[in-house]
Design a binder for this molecule. Structure first.
Ligand code: ADP
Length: 475
């Protein structure tokens, strides 16, 4: 964690997600608009060209009929009239020999650059009815549409018209396109920016929360609206993660407090012994007693450390089991005998209902230790005059169930999930003997044998620990 880091990292606008989203939005919008305009433009142009082509074809057909009915002179007159009526700069014609040489034409000043397309004449020779082409001359702004046709065996005609309407349409279109495109670029950028800003508002709130947390405010949570969208999901997940981290941190803090507390007593005792040796003139017996006390305190410390290491190994899945065949019923019966004096001291009745033979393969020493922990707790946390009952059954298929129940002080609901944690003890004053490792180790042993331990408890009424052990352990 970087404490005291700046709350706002330098983030240039062009690197922001909002900026990139806006760009994307505007680009997609522009692309769609351009596509629409292009398609519209081509359709319109095609339509106008078709109209002009139809006009030219009709004109050609009329000339063919006039040629058939009244001869070449009538055709010549007709096209001359047409060229005058339409205007020399709008329409032209040429009458051609098969060689492509013109023998009659309208006023061609301004049209000279329009060549005679020999290929078109060859195609007419090959039987095509007409051939179209589009051409340009520098003197005229718009393109020229030309039709070639055959009026007689050896007479061809070339008619041309300026594509005025198309030209006007293209200019108007360009004009409109340029204005609308700018307008839409502005509108789409603005809209994109607003949409991106709105969509990212939730993300910004989460970022701000994360920054505040990194500054040390671990209780801060990201705001979550009830829209149920992706940002909400991110916020909820983020908050759940923070709760979990907080829980783990509290757990670690509690555990280190507990460890400190549990290590303190034996170390204080050892120190006390050493101090007495230095400051008093004790007799040999006293020294021997102090040495024995020191050994006992060291043993207590070593026990805590070894059990801790064993649990850690089990949690990592590397607990080594020295497996052997055993009879679970026998182990439970022996435990009853072993704990009888401790129970008798508190006038606690030890009851049991144990199956006759319960073969099991497992680590006998660890299973004995697990049962001893549970029985020890049951007696320890049951007031004088109470009872502790041990039941061994095989209700669940292929698994033994060991139930150790007492009518003692019970465990508060909020502590029931935590009693299996290392060093956790319900009694924070630690008036009872113990290290808070017993249940944690018991659970590790059960799990290492492929089983589990469950707990049900009511404060002031008692607790029931149920160990499930598969008959053929997988662990
Ligand atoms: P400890 O060495 O303190 O007994 P354990 O891990 O065995 O450590 O148990 C953890 C805590 O769970 C105990 O400190 C006690 O508060 C609670 N506990 C365990 N067994 C019982 C029980 N049978 N009745 C009431 N509380 C219990």
């Amino acid at each position: 964690m970087v404490w005291g880091m700046s709350s706002k990292p330098i983030n240039p606008l062009y690197r922001s997600l909002a900026f990139r989203l806006t760009l994307w939005y505007a680009a997609v919008f522009l692309f769609c608009l351009s596509l629409f305009f292009t398609v519209f433009y081509f359709l319109l142009q095609k339509n106008l060209s078709l109209n002009l082509d139809e006009e030219l074809k009709t004109q050609l057909t009329t000339l063919e009929s006039v040629m058939g009915a009244s001869g070449l002179k009538a055709v010549e007159n007709m096209v001359l009239l047409e060229s005058r009526a339409t205007g020399d700069r709008q329409f032209f014609f040429r009458l051609l020999y098969p060689t492509g040489v013109a023998f009659s034409s309208s006023n061609l000043s301004g049209w000279h650059h329009i060549q005679i397309n020999k290929e078109a004449i060859s195609r007419l020779f090959r039987g095509e009815r007409y051939v179209f082409e589009t051409n340009r001359v520098t003197a005229i702004q718009d393109p020229i549409r030309i039709i070639y046709g055959r009026l007689d065996r050896d007479i061809f005609v070339q008619l041309g018209r300026v594509m005025h309407t198309q030209g006007r349409m293209v200019r108007a279109f360009n004009h409109i396109f340029l204005i609308t495109i700018w307008f839409f670029v502005l509108v789409s950028t603005l809209m994109g920016w607003l949409v991106a800003k709105r969509a990212l508002r939730g993300l910004n709130a989460i970022t701000q929360t994360a920054q505040e947390i990194s500054m040390g405010n671990l209780q801060k949570r990201a705001p979550v609206s009830n829209r149920g969208d992706e940002v909400d999901l991110l916020g909820t997940t983020f908050n759940t993660m923070l709760d979990r981290i907080n829980e783990l941190l509290t757990g670690i803090r509690d555990m280190s407090d507990n460890i400190t507390h549990d290590l303190k007593s034996p170390i204080t005792r050892i120190r006390g012994n050493a101090e007495i040796v230095l400051t008093t003139n004790s007799a040999l017996d006293d020294f021997q007693n102090m040495a024995a006390n020191t050994i006992a305190s060291c043993d207590q410390l070593l026990e805590i450390i070894n059990t801790s290491l064993m649990i850690a190994a089990a949690e990592k899945g590397v607990m080594t089991l020295e497996k052997e065949a055993m009879d679970l019923a026998k182990i439970l019966a022996q435990a009853q005998i072993l704990f009888q004096p401790m129970a008798a001291e508190k006038n606690i009745e030890l009851k049991s209902s144990i199956l006759e033979k319960s073969p099991l393969i497992g680590d006998k020493r660890l299973i004995q230790r697990m049962i001893a922990n549970l029985l020890d707790n049951a007696i320890k946390y049951t007031p004088c005059g109470g009872w502790v009952e041990t039941v061994l059954s095989c209700e669940v298929k292929e698994a033994y169930l060991i139930t150790i129940q007492d009518n003692g002080i019970g465990i508060p609901p909020q502590a029931q999930t935590r009693v299996f944690e290392r060093f956790y003890r319900c009694d924070t004053s630690r008036s009872q003997e113990g290290s808070g490792l017993g249940l944690s180790l018991s659970l590790s042993v059960a799990k290492a044998h492929g089983g589990d331990i469950s707990l049900s408890s009511t404060p002031q009424k008692g607790s029931r620990f149920t160990v499930r052990l598969p008959q053929q352990p997988t662990g």
